[in-house]
Design a protein around this ligand. Structure first.
Ligand SMILES: Nc1ncnc2c1ncn2[C@@H]1O[C@H](COP(=O)(O)OP(=O)(O)O)[C@@H](O)[C@H]1O
Ligand SMILES: [Mg+2]
Length: 264
């Protein structure tokens, strides 16, 4: 694994792109006969980080999958910038290009770092001409300094943390209006975690970022909003500082104290 020792430089020109405010109303989802999301409602502003926390099985990953259309069998209403995602122009494929989803395990393709970064762009002409975009997205993902001299090296030669940054860069290259991250640093070393958190914070200045984490310290560091979920429901949503200092619900207090939730 390669060490991540390059100086931190996540500042990159911001690509102006429509960012989405998000309104979720009465979202319910059944999987294999089980109600995984139960009448869930949330409103997120056009920019900023929301950390989603909660015990295993709370429905956090399922929520993200509904938002980018991987699950389509849900009931209720999800609106991005006032637009119902079921009626998204171009359908679910087009929605998925607008709502980037980064999984816990880094996903890189067996090709070069550069080819990975531009993988989602339509057309070889666009991919070939994408010099500026490659640098921009790699900077935004806090990876440029570490790979700028070896863009043609295989992506698989990167460390796990760098591969996760590359996954973020690839999502950014299609210029999404929203980013969903599902425990993006769960398997990474502290240095990579720090770099990715910095990148996430900067990206959240231009779009809504929903970040599932089981790391309460990370949720604290990310700032912004916290959504605490349990058993497919939102138990509490609050500004980060207030949530950790003065959780309003008994379930939240128990979760912060014992990392368990008994919300029946
Ligand atoms: N494909 C599936 N089929 C059936 N049940 C599922 C499936 N995916 C998740 N579940 C169940 O849905 C619930 C919520 O899962 P998930 O959204 O992954 O929770 P979290 O991400 O909070 O750990 C869990 O009880 C899980 O077992
Ligand atoms: Mg999950």
């Amino acid at each position: 694994m390669l060490p991540r020792t390059e100086p931190v430089n996540t500042r990159a020109p911001v690509q102006k792109q429509q960012a989405y405010g998000v309104e979720i109303a009465g979202l319910s989802l059944q999987l294999a006969g089980t109600e995984v999301l139960q009448n869930l409602s949330l409103v997120l502003p056009e920019t900023g980080i929301t950390a989603v926390i909660g015990p295993s099985g709370a429905g956090k990953s399922s929520l993200l999958r509904c938002l980018n259309g991987l699950y389509q069998q849900w009931r209720g209403e999800v609106r991005l910038q006032g637009r119902d995602i079921r009626r998204w122009p171009g359908g679910w494929d087009s929605l998925r290009r607008q709502v980037g989803l980064i999984a816990q395990k880094p996903c890189v393709f067996p090709c070069s770092i550069r080819a990975n970064a531009v993988f989602g762009m339509y057309g070889w002409r666009q991919r070939k001409k994408a010099h500026g975009s490659v640098e921009t997205v790699l900077r935004q993902a806090a990876l440029w300094q570490e790979v700028k001299d070896r863009l043609h090296a295989p992506a698989e030669s990167l460390s796990l943390g760098q591969q996760q940054s590359l996954s973020i860069a690839r999502a950014l290259a299609i210029r999404p209006g929203m980013l969903l991250l599902d425990e993006p640093t769960a398997s990474l070393d502290p240095r990579s975690k720090q770099l990715i958190e910095q990148a996430i914070k900067q990206l959240a200045e231009t779009m809504p970022v929903l970040c599932v984490t089981h790391d309460l310290e990370q949720a604290r560091r990310l700032g912004g909003e916290v959504v605490f979920m349990c058993e497919g429901r939102v138990i509490e949503q609050a500004a980060c500082e207030r949530f950790f200092a003065q959780p309003q619900r008994l379930e939240s207090r128990e979760f912060l104290r014992w990392s368990v939730c008994d919300c029946d």
